[in-house]
Design a protein around this ligand. Structure first.
Ligand SMILES: C[S@@+](CC[C@H](N)C(=O)[O-])C[C@H]1O[C@@H](n2cnc3c(N)ncnc32)[C@H](O)[C@@H]1O
Length: 392
């Protein structure tokens, strides 16, 4: 065996050993429930039964989207997407499904935690507040923000498996009395008007085809004077819609991340204005340069580990150890990785444009606000006719 081949085999073996060692053993910053290792992927019977149909359904709809046969993603597609990727996200990322720059040589988990606490501070979350996390994933941010503030936090996600995982992690941390999760569409929240003191969302509203639909619900469930803060995934001013390289970046991100066409900051402002929010603060943290490593560093460095994961998944699916569809799911994620890294390097995409909005103290009724004439909104659809729910 030549030296280069030996080195390659050794590297693969070390990598595989590392991946196996992580299997089922990794503990996260918050909570002591088990993070899935590669051998645990899709082992949970709940998700094992759903993964094949989800992968096929998602792929089929994406093909029809690409051909123009259907125009928009629907919430079912997003639910299928998160059936496919949730175990991979937890295995390869953490219980917080978002990005952060790394400052002052902090660890990955410390960076995520700081990023979440920054949002909680800007939103003004305090111990006596009732808070909603809009698009909560498996609840890493909700638990961290509860630990940081002592607030009561309710996370909502479209995906039932995430609710199950979130509740497991939350019980393991012993905070189930103050951190709750519900399966719900964030464009049709099942809460009465004026329920929450504060609302936040981390890298989730990008799943809404029309931002107005999710902002309107955030506005409706907030009490007058309450604030809503979000880290938005957006195209930046550097993005040129006519540039083929930029187009490919966005297509890869959208396909690999289960998204409709990416919003711009103009879309955010138009949607917020349409539902009645006042802008309190905005800043694109991706533009900051005082970091040790940029937000896309972990993805950029993941070539070896993602390749190993890919071949491992292939082997496991072939021998019936991983659910059918697992390889397809991982291939999809590789598109996202490429698009996100290139989007970060070209500065055409940001996953962390923070916006803080306030519902005015003397707030107009949500229906009146939503029916108000809109500023030019590139992607904002007409306000819905249905009156908002009132369950109080
Ligand atoms: C990238 S993950 C971010 C999760 C979480 N905010 C975090 O940082 O860990 C996006 C989340 O948005 C949720 N989501 C997407 N569309 C949704 C919808 N229509 N209603 C509720 N949740 C939705 C997904 O289920 C997922 O939990």
């Amino acid at each position: 065996m030549g030296k280069i081949t030996t080195l390659f085999v050794a590297l693969v073996a070390i990598g595989a050993g590392f991946v196996l060692l992580r299997s089922g053993e990794t503990l996260r910053l918050v909570g002591n429930s088990k993070t899935p290792g590669i051998l645990d992927l899709f082992k949970n019977p709940f998700i094992r039964d759903k993964i094949k149909a989800s992968a096929e359904g998602y792929h089929e709809k994406n093909t029809r989207l690409a051909s123009g046969e259907i125009k928009e993603q629907d919430s079912k597609m997003v639910e299928q997407y998160y059936n496919i990727v949730t175990d991979f996200y937890e295995y390869g990322w953490s219980q917080s499904f978002h990005f952060a720059h790394y400052l002052n040589n902090e660890s990955f988990e410390e960076a995520l935690d700081r990023h979440e606490r920054l949002l909680a501070k800007k939103v003004g979350i305090e111990a006596h507040h009732n808070v909603i996390d809009i698009g909560s994933g498996v609840g890493g941010p909700a638990r961290n923000i509860h630990v940081a503030t002592k607030a009561n936090v309710t996370g909502v996600t479209i995906n039932e498996y995430q609710v199950l995982r979130a509740r497991e992690h939350t019980a393991a941390l012993g905070v189930s009395d103050r951190v709750h999760f519900r399966q719900m569409d964030f464009t049709k929240l099942d809460f009465a008007d004026n329920t929450f003191d504060r609302a936040y969302s981390i890298e989730a509203t990008c799943h809404a085809t029309d931002l107005t639909d999710v902002y309107r619900e955030a506005y409706r469930v907030l009490k007058a004077g309450g604030t809503f803060g979000s880290y938005e995934w957006l195209t930046t001013d550097k993005y040129d819609a006519k540039n083929p390289e930029h187009q490919k970046i966005m297509r890869d991100i959208e396909y690999g991340s289960g998204l409709p066409p990416m919003h711009s900051f103009a879309d955010v402002l138009a949607a917020a204005k349409a539902v009645g929010f006042e802008l309190v603060y905005e800043h694109d943290y991706a533009l900051d340069t005082d970091y040790t490593l940029p937000w896309y560093h972990k993805l950029d460095m993941s070539y070896v580990s993602t390749t190993i994961t890919h071949y491992f998944t292939l082997m496991m699916e072939t021998f019936g150890l991983a659910a059918p569809g697992a390889v397809h799911a991982h291939t999809m994620l590789l598109h996202a990785v490429g698009g996100l890294v290139n989007g970060g390097k070209t500065g055409t995409f940001t996953p962390m444009h923070m916006v803080i909005f306030r519902k005015p103290a003397a707030a107009p009724e949500p229906a009146a606000a939503a029916a108000a004439p809109k500023a030019a909104a590139p992607k904002a659809a007409a306000p819905k006719a249905a009156a908002p729910k009132t369950k109080a």
